[in-house]
Design a protein around this ligand. Structure first.
Ligand code: NAP
Ligand code: MG
Length: 501
């Protein structure tokens, strides 16, 4: 899988960035870990070390939380700067990300494995547009005036204020490293919080480059601190820290539960964006010309490493064969290769561990009687590639149908009775997203109404917008990211009641 001659050369700024051991960003300065330790991050297309990064641990998290606390209590951010000034800084950061977009696209592709062409058109533009959306919110955080129900209108003036929740710990995953940092940072900055961000061990680089731009934009010291390290050490210390007012987490449901336990010590506020096993439902009257590529994109986008991946493809019996054949053809045409290759459609899994996890699920499916129409195994023996896979012959209780695989594996499931499909679609512990495909909008809306999912896409999939809330029912999480909904997680409401007589 040698890199083709036509692959773009690495941006010189990216080469320099990965060529030096990266440090922690604490209180506006780049510092070594207290332990002096570093850890490697790998290029999953080759398995080789891409860069070395300072390994944050409990002591570093403590330093970062203290810096964030000081920035919140006494720094210019909270006490002197106006909402308009905060908004302008966030906008400036967005401009800087846009200016350096090619560097970010390359770092993301190298560290995570995703196709460069995708990080260029999806991850990076979504990141700076997300920042701009929240730059606008900085000046629009409002309370209400409340007419008291039991007193006359002239007796009291009562109103609410929305104040920043304080110091927030943010723990993010590796599937969209830069974008997940933006989803977390945008609303926290807009509301005037200060932050300690822990990126995933597999993909710390784009967040660290973002730290340099945060510095360049001129955010006061300590407003954003970035501490890469391992989840069990740095992440756990952040979730448990008594001086953190709120923790926001995106990742597995299993770790989400650990975060909850850790947060109980000081009852910090918690928001969780967790896993999914999203049903994608094709009714027989769907326009198959758009449904088939839509269903393939729903699972294969980002190599299936999406919390909202459409991993259970329910298809009405009459069109089942046609849809499976169409999705299979797309899977077989996909160019699975290093993300820097211009024609790459799908890169490697993020890590050897993730590749092994996906392959383990495939084996479990085969043991239980599932069959692969296409794919079903690792591809090659260099890098962590898995073939795009379509499974059939499954039953609803199999592990591959119930558990989040987080890889390019879709189970195609025929159904006969459209009245039964909602119950089957809802039959997992998750409730993050769902898709419905039909030409009959009334039917589609009626199915959407019954699905227990935080997002339902109709005749489309994976459409994201900073203004559109995203998050899960059931064990897919607590609270919503994006839109104005997320601002509630970063603010406390203060009721003020003044006697007028
Ligand atoms: P994960 O362990 O949940 O990782 C997510 C984040 O949590 C990372 O920053 C991780 O740090 C951190 N973390 C891990 N253990 C922690 C702890 N005890 N306390 C605090 N933070 C902790 O996810 P993963 O192991 O990378 O992937 C496993 C599975 O999770 C995937 O197969 C997939 O099913 C699911 N997942 C879901 C999403 C999503 O968007 N919903 C994203 C990623 C993964 P380190 O990475 O440094 O350990
Ligand atoms: Mg990496």
């Amino acid at each position: 899988m040698a890199t083709a001659a036509s692959a773009p050369s690495i941006d010189p700024n990216v080469s320099t960035f990965v060529g030096t051991t990266r440090k922690l960003f604490i209180n506006g300065k780049w510092v070594e870990a207290a332990s002096g330790k570093t850890f490697p991050t790998y290029n999953p297309a080759t398995g080789e070390v891409l860069a070395n990064v300072a390994e944050g641990d409990r002591e570093d998290i403590d330093r970062a939380v203290k810096a964030a606390r000081a920035a919140f209590e006494t720094g210019p951010w909270a006490k002197k700067m106006s909402p308009a000034q905060r908004g302008k800084l966030i906008w400036k950061l967005a401009d800087l990300i846009e200016k350096h977009q090619e560097e970010f696209a390359q770092l993301e592709s190298l560290d995570n494995g995703k196709p460069l062409k995708i990080s260029r058109i999806a991850d990076v533009p979504l990141t700076f547009e997300h920042m701009r959306y929240y730059a606008g919110w900085a000046t629009k955080i409002e309370g209400n005036t409340i007419p008291l129900t039991l007193a006359g209108p002239t007796k009291y003036l009562a109103y609410t204020l929305r104040e920043p929740v304080g110091v927030v710990g943010q723990i993010i995953p590796w599937n969209f490293p830069l974008l997940m940092a933006a989803w977390k940072l945008g609303p926290a900055l807009a509301t005037g919080c200060t932050i300690v961000l822990k990126p995933a061990e597999q993909t710390p680089l784009s967040a660290l480059r973002l730290g340099e731009l945060i510095q360049e934009a001129g955010f006061p010291d300590g407003v954003v601190n970035i501490v890469p390290g391992y989840g069990e050490t740095a992440g756990a210390a952040l979730a448990a820290h008594p001086e953190v007012d709120k923790v926001a987490f995106t990742g597995s449901t299993e770790v989400g539960k650990l975060i909850l336990h850790a947060a109980a010590g000081n009852l910090k506020k918690v928001s969780l964006e967790l896993g999914g096993k999203s049903p994608n439902i094709v009714l027989e009257d769907a326009d198959l010309n758009s449904t088939i590529p839509g269903a393939a994109g729903a699972i294969f986008f980002n190599h299936g490493q999406c919390c909202c991946a459409g991993s259970r493809l329910f298809v009405e019996e009459k069109v089942f064969d046609k849809v499976v054949e169409g999705v299979t053809q797309i899977a077989e045409k996909m160019q699975v290769k290093p993300g820097f290759e211009p024609d790459c459609d799908m890169g490697p899994m993020v890590s050897e561990e993730q590749m092994n996890r996906v392959c383990g699920y495939l084996e479990s499916g085969f043991r239980e009687g599932a069959k692969a129409v296409t794919g079903g195994a690792r591809l090659g023996n260099q890098g962590y590639f898995v073939k795009p896979t379509v499974l059939v012959n499954t039953t609803d209780k199999m592990k591959v149908v119930q558990e989040e695989i987080f890889g390019p594996v879709v189970t195609a499931i025929p159904f006969r009775d459209p009245n039964e499909i909602v119950a089957r679609a809802n039959d997992t512990i998750y409730g993050l997203a769902a898709g419905v495909w039909s030409r009959d909008i009334k039917r589609a809306l009626s199915v959407a109404a019954k699905l227990r999912a935080g997002t339902v896409w109709i005749n489309c999939y994976n459409v994201f917008d900073p203004a559109l809330p995203f998050g899960g029912y059931k064990q897919s999480g607590w609270g919503r990211e994006m839109g104005h909904e997320v601002l509630e997680h970063y603010t406390e409401v203060k009721s003020v009641c003044a006697a007028l007589t």
